[in-house]
Ligand binder design. Sequence first.
Ligand SMILES: [Zn+2]
Length: 139
Amino acid sequence: MHAIRLPPATTISAPFWSGLRERCLRLQRCGDCGHWVFYPRRHCPRCASSALDWHEVSGQGRLLSYTIARVPPLPEFSGPEPVVLAVVELDEGVHINTNLVDVAAEAIAIGMRVAPVFVPALDHAGGEAMRLCFTRATE
Ligand SMILES: [Zn+2]
């Protein structure tokens, strides 16, 4: 199976990537203003506080936007085209650029509920890792 190689984890992003390996989605939340933060950062983008803590979230959300790519957006991402490039809004309010998987093109609808899927990938050194994709929620 083709596996996408992920970027190196940084000190700031490591809890996100280790969470995915445990099939768990972790987001940062600001301890001062309560704002949820994605992608991982050193400071809150709302109030500039550095009091960001990691919390496990359900990963439930809705499809905000998508497009179907028939050529890879980057050579590193080549594989089973076409691929659905999507923007998901989690219930916590953060937006995640991702792939929608296991949904027929004609079944994709803006606003539909989505749930996380943990897809095997390779880390930058070729080790086992997971990447975060989404699919239609079963509810
Ligand atoms: Zn804040």
